[in-house]
Design a protein around this ligand. Structure first.
Ligand SMILES: CC(C)(COP(=O)(O)OP(=O)(O)OC[C@H]1O[C@@H](n2cnc3c(N)ncnc32)[C@H](O)[C@@H]1OP(=O)(O)O)[C@@H](O)C(=O)NCCC(=O)NCCS
Length: 145
């Protein structure tokens, strides 16, 4: 995976409640964090608070993490469809940069008010907050928008 193009935004400190019965990081915790992070990323890219996870490709648990480890999650949009956005994900140890998990394709779908897929109208990645949905803006800014 081309790590240079991935933005690592969120960091996590692996705590006792995140562990499996073997004492290493529980895959379910990791997937919950990734899904939440990917949802926020999809909202920022498609400019809509109503987005859903549609598809996840093969998940590769590359190496384990231990209690106390500092890890970071990275995402990058790889394809803008008509109603969908495809991204890739990587989780790695923040200190050693050793890869912990990779997912080649996570697909999110943009929904309209009726709950059906709706065109999002975007073709390029934004690195800014310029598509932030109005419901997330301060009241004065939203009124001017
Ligand atoms: C999301 C949902 C509305 C899409 O319905 P659908 O009938 O598949 O819709 P469409 O066939 O119009 O496809 C919508 C987009 O998803 C893409 N898509 C559909 N199935 C896909 C799959 N298996 N893999 C990758 N992309 C897929 C389509 O290519 C299309 O993208 P495009 O418009 O950019 O070309 C519906 O599947 C759904 O509600 N799923 C449950 C979502 C959910 O609850 N997620 C978990 C909680 S967030």
């Amino acid at each position: 995976m081309d790590l240079q193009n991935i933005n690592f935004n969120t960091r996590k400190w692996v705590r006792p409640e995140d562990l499996n019965a073997n004492g290493t990081l529980f895959g379910g915790s990791l997937l919950r964090w990734i899904d939440e992070e990917a949802t926020i990323y999809a909202i920022l890219q498609m400019g809509n608070g109503r987005v859903v996870t549609k598809f996840m490709s093969e998940i590769n648990f590359v190496s384990s993490a231990q209690q106390g480890d500092l890890i970071e999650m990275g995402l990058r949009a790889t394809k803008f469809g008509r109603t969908s956005l495809t991204m890739r994900a990587e989780v790695r140890n923040m200190v050693t940069r050793r890869s912990i998990l990779t997912i080649d394709r996570i697909v999110f779908v943009n929904l309209g008010p009726d709950g059906n897929p709706a065109p999002h109208g975007y073709t390029e990645i934004t690195y800014d907050r310029d598509r932030l949905p109005a419901e997330h803006l301060p009241v004065a800014v939203a009124a001017d928008a």
